[in-house]
Design a protein around this ligand. Structure first.
Ligand SMILES: Cc1cc2nc3c(=O)[nH]c(=O)nc-3n(C[C@H](O)[C@H](O)[C@H](O)COP(=O)(O)OP(=O)(O)OC[C@H]3O[C@@H](n4cnc5c(N)ncnc54)[C@H](O)[C@@H]3O)c2cc1C
Length: 347
């Protein structure tokens, strides 16, 4: 019989972020599917008590923790030592965690220390007669594989955004502190600070309802024979501000930005969606001035409802890539949309 440990690191306020709650949700479902497999939780962070209280009713038999200043910030050596110690005490056969940057960096190494195996970018966990298998996509989300493994512990890192988050009442939870041996050599790396873009410049919003994609058409000569980069920038900026959508882009537009052309000042290669870009998860997507070629739309694999605005009625979106294609001038459409959003009080 399998037993399950969920590993979660806390956010700066001591609570658990949505990715951690998704891993917990997946673990709960797995526990039920396995006929009530033992569920334990391991917390790592500066102060983990708020997190433990927040998940007090999740059904975990025990909650272990490596807590304190040594674990408040991500650092390979201390995170690896903490999770190794928790895994040894919890002695679970399956270890579930969210594929956050913090866990992705550390948990394969911990699996190696424990003689186990790790699978990353897991998007689904299935059971069949007590046998567990996981799904993950390969070759830029073109092929989906179902994997099973015999060695234990089996570390499964679930892709954030792929699972429903656990929801339940908070309560009062008892945390069992796990002793972690931390030689001085584990503490050589110190985080001096965090640099991040100012709120308005932060255009990538993984939790947004909508992915708004900009294509190279925004920079092309329009019906009047002129380019309108400044107007494009203003329309897009206004829409992002009014809708709080996440900004994606085609490769062509990102490459133009990289070459220093006057296009959208806030675009970087991090916004690129597609075969050589990102594959984000949002319930809805709206592409504008983008042709919808396969290397781009392959990045839309996990966008549930897809719409596009293009002048070209024969573009890729029209060929089965979008649910709805508006054959229209995106400048005019987005100006109207912004006007409606502003009058609806989103300003
Ligand atoms: C190996 C490889 C990997 C690649 N990886 C990626 C990737 O990861 N992501 C990616 O995006 N691409 C990728 N590409 C490039 C991809 O094939 C396309 O070249 C790119 O997506 C085209 O970008 P686009 O649609 O914005 O530009 P274009 O093809 O130039 O299309 C612009 C569109 O804008 C429309 N338009 C112009 N003005 C307006 C207007 N006023 N209103 C409405 N519509 C308008 C035009 O009709 C046109 O359809 C890759 C290519 C290769 C070979």
């Amino acid at each position: 019989m399998e037993s399950i440990l969920v590993l979660a690191h806390t956010e700066t306020d001591g609570t658990l972020g949505r990715p951690a709650l998704e891993a917990l949700g997946a673990a709960k479902n797995l526990s039920v599917a396995l006929g009530g497999a033992d569920l334990r939780v391991g917390l790592v962070g500066g102060n983990v008590q708020p997190a433990a209280h927040g998940i007090a009713t999740c059904g975990a038999k025990r909650i272990f923790a490596a807590a304190g200043p040594d674990f408040s910030q991500p650092r390979y050596a201390t995170d690896a030592a903490a999770t190794e110690a928790i895994c040894r005490v919890a002695a679970a056969s399956i270890v579930l965690a969210s594929g956050t940057s913090r866990w992705s960096r550390v948990l394969s190494g911990v699996a190696q220390r424990l003689g186990g195996r790790a699978d990353t970018h897991v998007t689904n966990i299935l059971t069949d007669c007590g046998r567990v298998s996981v799904n993950r996509w390969f070759y830029r989300q073109r092929m989906e594989a179902v994997l099973q493994r015999d060695p234990r512990p089996w570390f499964i890192l679930v892709d954030p955004g792929s699972q429903p988050a656990w929801r339940g009442d908070a309560g009062s939870a008892t945390v069992e502190a796990v002793a972690v041996d931390l030689p001085a050599s584990c503490q050589r790396t110190t985080i001096l600070g965090v640099r991040e873009p100012a709120g308005a410049a932060q255009t990538i919003r993984p939790d947004a309802e909508l992915l708004f994609v900009t294509g190279a058409g925004w920079t092309k000569k329009q019906a009047d024979g002129q380019t309108h980069a400044a107007e494009a920038e203003e329309l897009i900026r206004d829409f992002l501000r009014l809708s709080r959508a996440s900004l994606g882009s085609s490769k062509s537009l990102v490459d133009l930005s990289g070459e220093g052309q006057a296009v959208l000042s806030f675009l970087s290669h991090l916004n690129q969606i597609g075969q050589t870009g990102a594959t984000p998860r949002h319930p809805k997507g709206l592409a504008t001035c983008c042709h919808g070629e396969e290397p781009h739309t392959v990045g839309w694999r996990f966008i549930t409802e897809r719409r596009a605005i293009s002048l070209d009625p024969n573009c890729g979106w029209a060929r089965g890539k979008a649910d709805v294609l508006y054959v229209a001038d995106a400048f005019a459409v987005m100006a109207k949309v912004n006007e409606l959003l502003a009058s609806a009080g989103n300003a």
